[in-house]
Design a protein around this ligand. Structure first.
Ligand code: UFG
Length: 328
């Protein structure tokens, strides 16, 4: 039986596809290659197309024996979602509806879902656990929450079991050096800091230093992309045992400020990395740190690449080897 990975040519999708291949799983990937890269796939069968294309989806399900789906395919830029919410509802929410309907039609009853800390919005408690309030502050997070809720009702009505994984801040690159982070446009802190270290940008902009934190900059919980990938594999295992649907946070449980991230990147790269303080970016909560106790207990997840220095080292190795991303 094969695992279908939607969005498997993207950043987290390709690392998960690699983790599945490493343990001998058969994989089938769907990607429309809008954000994904063909070169990011180290194996498996790639279908280029869109979840909203019913005929295309029927072909994928008919040509393969699929027992579980891992669903990454979605737009994921917070800023863009505030300007183009329709794009997010169409691709993310309607795309997921199309996928679930096809899964139901073709008798596939397990799905692992790529969710986000953005479902919580401004947190009530730190660290955040899965029972905390979900009140997204941006359209992106709202669509991910809508997708989770849709899965709940497809479980109730059709018995499709889901595990939703709410990631905090993914960073780093695969140990092989063959796959890494390459977004266009890039908006994430770690790759932008490293592009500055490479001289591709004149400086890193620090979005606000007047937050209620020790050094005034935002605090985030950075997690290695390969640790995230491992959690998806464990989630598929769990669903295969017949486990019930569940939601898990994935983070390290330790927060680093923007200034701390830049400082560690200076140490790792040996570069100066000029930084300029600029106004706050709209919608950024001051502190986002996960409690991942539930994932550790129930999935047996044990993130092993959890030192921020090592996460940044692995990302730096990718950036040095691929200064223009997958174009090199
Ligand atoms: N930041 C800067 N300068 C930059 C880029 C980012 O100061 O050039 C700051 C941000 O303001 C934020 C922190 O660095 O405080 C991290 O920003 P990222 O954009 O790397 O990540 P976010 O925490 O905003 O977003 C990530 C994911 C989203 C997800 C969110 C959940 O990228 O998909 O976590 O909160 F929704």
């Amino acid at each position: 039986m094969a695992v279908l990975v939607t969005g498997g040519a993207g950043y987290i999708g390709s690392h998960t596809a690699a983790a599945l291949l490493e343990r001998g799983e058969e994989i089938v990937v769907i990607d429309n290659l809008q954000q994904g890269h063909r070169e990011a796939l180290l194996g498996g069968k790639l279908y280029v197309g869109d979840l909203r294309d019913a005929e295309f989806m029927d072909t994928v399900f008919k040509e393969n024996k699929i027992d579980a789906v891992i669903h990454f395919a979605a737009n994921s830029l917070v800023g863009e979602s505030m300007k183009l919410p329709g794009k997010y509802y169409h691709n993310n929410v309607y795309g997921t509806l199309c996928l679930l309907e096809k899964m139901n039609e073709h008798g596939v009853g397990k799905i692992v879902f790529s969710s986000t800390a953005a479902t919580y919005g401004e947190p009530e408690n730190i660290p955040i656990d899965e029972y905390d309030r979900t009140l997204p502050t941006n359209a992106y997070g709202e669509t991910k929450l809508a997708m989770e809720k849709m899965m709940k009702w497809f479980d109730v009505a059709h018995g499709i079991k889901y595990i939703s994984l709410r990631y905090f801040n993914a960073a780093g690159a695969h140990a092989s050096g063959r796959i890494g982070e390459d977004h266009d446009p890039e908006t994430h802190l770690v790759p932008i800091v490293l592009e500055t270290a490479l001289g591709k940008r004149p400086h890193i902009s620090i979005f606000g230093d007047d937050y209620d934190t020790a050094d005034g900059t935002c605090i985030r919980d950075y997690i290695h992309v390969s640790d995230l990938a491992d959690a998806h594999v464990l989630a598929v295992d769990r669903l295969r045992t017949g486990a019930d649907s569940a939601i898990y946070n994935l983070g390290n449980g330790q927060g680093f400020s923007v200034k701390e991230v830049i400082e560690i990147a200076r140490e790792v790269t040996g570069k100066e990395i000029p930084a300029v303080v600029e106004p706050r970016r709209a919608g950024d909560p001051a502190v986002l740190v996960a409690s991942s106790e539930r994932a550790r207990k129930e999935l047996g997840w044990n993130p092993s690449r959890n030192k921020l220095e090592d996460i940044i080292k692995s990302a730096w190795a990718w950036h040095v080897a691929h200064p223009n991303g997958y174009e090199d």
